[in-house]
Design a protein around this ligand. Structure first.
Ligand SMILES: [Zn+2]
Length: 280
């Protein structure tokens, strides 16, 4: 049987029954997106361990192995917690070649898995595993941070999940190249329609030495961005950036992305007592 046929069968199968690859107590893994209209070019699944930077820096654990396995078939989502509020969502890898946040998100899943957290954390560490495996920025020729307003795309599907799950806030974690925009450690937000997004961005900015970049209204400068669409749909959201050339990562950029995520979780009252350290 050809690979394409196998993938189509898996896609059909997934419509009938969501794939649950594991159930480690309060940690669950699901595939939330496989592809669009049975088009092979739109499949998100791929072997992320082929990305040498990602492979070098991710924790070597049973949970990581399971994430890598199900990412071969589509976009994975890790759920940590029992489904109670507060519910927060961490997204990384909207751009496949932005590696620090994707590695940090996998580290975060491992960090939280044995913690007694308050509420529920949904982590989508690698939106487009195929893109990540190839260090490719775009999915199916599209910038996933400009099509979140387009039904059927991976980023729009993520927002559908966030709405259905009644997520209280979203952090979308990226990296930015030297000399590009914003070109530095930063937190982006808008003040309208949800001022809470601005409050969140101020807090993360203050605690992580990241510049605050605020826009007046969501959806004006960046229609179709995950953060903007989230705000327009009623879920406060920020975009966090670390400074890192595309297609690379090092321990500093990974740590700084991890700290942006940890501060985001503290703002959301998911983590109440833990110190801001990842040496744990
Ligand atoms: Zn990006």
């Amino acid at each position: 049987m050809q690979l394409k046929s196998i993938l189509i069968l898996l896609l059909v199968f997934s419509c009938i029954m969501p794939v649950n690859a594991t159930n480690n107590g309060d940690v669950r893994l699901n595939i939330i997106y496989m592809g669009q209209n049975l088009s092979h070019d739109s499949f998100t699944g791929g072997n992320i361990s082929k990305n040498i930077f990602l492979e070098n820096y991710i924790p070597k654990t049973n949970l990581t192995d399971k994430i890598i396995f199900i990412a071969r078939f589509g976009t994975p989502m890790i759920t940590i917690g029992n489904g109670s509020e507060p519910k927060v969502m961490i997204i990384a890898g909207v751009h496949g070649n932005e590696l620090p946040a994707q590695i940090a998100a996998i580290k975060m899943a491992n960090y939280l898995k044995n913690k007694n957290i308050n509420g529920t954390v949904y982590i989508i560490p690698v939106v487009s595993p195929w893109g990540t495996s190839q260090n490719m920025r775009y999915w199916n020729g599209k910038n996933l941070n400009s099509v979140a307003n387009n039904p059927g795309t991976p980023t729009n599907t993520i927002l559908r999940y966030a709405n259905d799950l009644k997520v209280n806030m979203i952090g979308d974690f990226h990296s930015t190249q030297p000399g590009s925009y914003p070109g530095n450690y930063s937190v982006l937000c808008s003040k309208h329609p949800l001022y809470e997004s601005y409050n969140m961005a101020v807090n993360i900015s203050n605690h992580t030495n990241s510049s605050l970049i605020s826009y007046d209204r969501a959806g004006v400068d960046y229609p179709g961005a995950v953060e903007d669409m989230s705000n327009l749909e009623g879920i406060p959201a920020v975009t966090c950036e670390v400074l890192s050339p595309h297609g690379t990562a090092n321990s500093e950029t990974i740590d700084r992305s991890f700290n942006q995520m940890l501060t985001f979780l503290k703002f959301g009252n998911v983590i109440l007592k833990f110190k801001l350290t990842m040496n744990n």
